[in-house]
Write a protein that binds this ligand. Sequence first.
Ligand code: AMP
Ligand code: MG
Length: 303
Amino acid sequence: MDAALTALAAGELVILPTETVYGLAADAGDPVAVARIFEAKGRPRFNPLIAHVADIADARPLARLDERALRLAQAFWPGALTLVAPSTDSAAVCDLARAGLDTVALRAPAHPLAQAVLRGFGRPVVAPSANRSGRPSPTTLADALTETGEFAAAALDGGPCAVGLESTVVSLLDGPPRLLRPGAVTRGEIEALLGPLAEAEADARRSPGRLTRHYAPAAPMRLDALEPRAGEAFLAFGAAPTGPAVFNLSERGDLAEAAARLFSLLRAADALRPSAIAVAPIPAAGLGEAINDRLRRAAGHVG
Ligand code: AMP
Ligand code: MG
């Protein structure tokens, strides 16, 4: 923890566990440190980053949080929900971290190590997923170190991520609340508080998590497959025959378990260098919306 806090203060990068996925963290107010993140991820520069804070009190000075935003934060923070709101402090979350937008994305993560870092550091920390751009998010320290470990001055081991899927991103600007990225907090949970969510605008630059090929393994993907073909690895869901190239997201058909295992099993399947990764149909309801979104992006099917 001391090494992590010292590194952040020195403008260096830290691999940080959160309950969603492992992040590559930097001082949100230090443009050079933020630039190092883009370099480490090999990420297109127009992607804005999520600024992490310990709680609502720490978020208040950073953005104009309207009544809807506060209701969501009270219900889901700390947790896997990111709020996009008008930025009110362009120093604490620098222009590069916001990709020059006049809005800022904020989240209070629940993981105790992330909380300890944020409270110890006392300022917002940007922490995009610790993978190289376009690759599956790391959900264990080992995967994070493989992806971007060479760029980090310190790394914290928080165990496997409990949620395993990125946060839900909701924008609260003028007009109706918009779902920019489905994620671990479901559409239904948010709509129960705010009423119907509008869809994200078609402009992908407003929410680069929506880029077409994203979270992608090296092997091509074949979705909604009922069984694997010769040479394929298979991501099963629910009761399925076992085999050396079969990885079951959840034998009991539990979407939360499937979300938590999705990225690590995608990596395990990809490591076999199969001709393709076939994936069983995943139900669309609840967490299934975010799981299917990530699978379609990994397959390059969303545009
Ligand atoms: P990542 O940190 O890799 O999980 O991705 C961050 C997500 O938050 C992406 O989908 C971004 O597009 C989204 N995001 C961050 N800041 C903003 C913003 N100011 N406006 C809209 N989306 C944002
Ligand atoms: Mg990411």
